[in-house]
Design a binder for this molecule. Structure first.
Ligand code: SME
Length: 165
């Protein structure tokens, strides 16, 4: 049985906040199969939990134009509409099927600046139950080196629980 969520015992450490958020997201999405609804809920709850997530959202694999991803549900300022697999941090995470953490976006060759205030980012691939790449989750911050392995583990766990089952 899922551990009960105790709002009066909120964790202050980042790993604990990810653990609590994973339980909350699973509870909100229980019984909801629609992928757009699931992506919208994950974006909203991540943004509400971590105030430094300046931009958080999904680029979804376009089934009709197989060399591109198209923007999906997100929270933040206006995002680029389409990203080719060959470009940017999102493209690298999609091609390599692994999480990419960028401490300084100016030092990443081919970084796509949707908003010039973005200084660091993490991009995590999203897989379906059969291992197909569905999308990537992109999170941007206005400060350098805002993301680490705790963010990678926390986001990977939430995305696996939400989209790979
Ligand atoms: N910076 C990303 C593009 C997406 S936005 O920042 C929302 C990249 O280089 O892939």
């Amino acid at each position: 049985m899922a551990e009960a969520f105790q709002p009066d015992q909120l964790a202050t450490d980042k790993a604990g906040r990810y653990r609590e958020l994973a339980i909350e997201i699973a509870s909100v999405l229980d019984g909801e199969p629609d992928v757009t609804a699931r992506m919208a809920t994950v974006s909203s709850m991540l943004r509400a939990t971590f105030e430094h997530f300046f931009w958080v959202g999904f680029y979804v694999v376009d089934r009709t134009r197989t060399d591109e991803m198209v923007v999906g549900p997100y929270q933040g300022t206006l995002g680029c509409l389409r990203i080719a697999f060959s470009r940017g941090v999102c493209g690298a995470a999609a091609r390599e099927r692994r999480t990419v953490v960028v401490d300084d976006v100016d030092a990443f060759p081919g970084h796509i600046a949707c908003d010039s205030r973005s200084r660091s980012e993490i991009v995590v691939p999203v897989f379906g139950a059969d291992g197909t790449l569905l999308a990537v989750l992109d999170v941007d911050a206005e400060t350098p080196a805002a993301f680490d392995s705790v963010d990678a583990d926390g986001l990977e766990t939430i995305l696996r629980n939400t989209f790979s089952r």
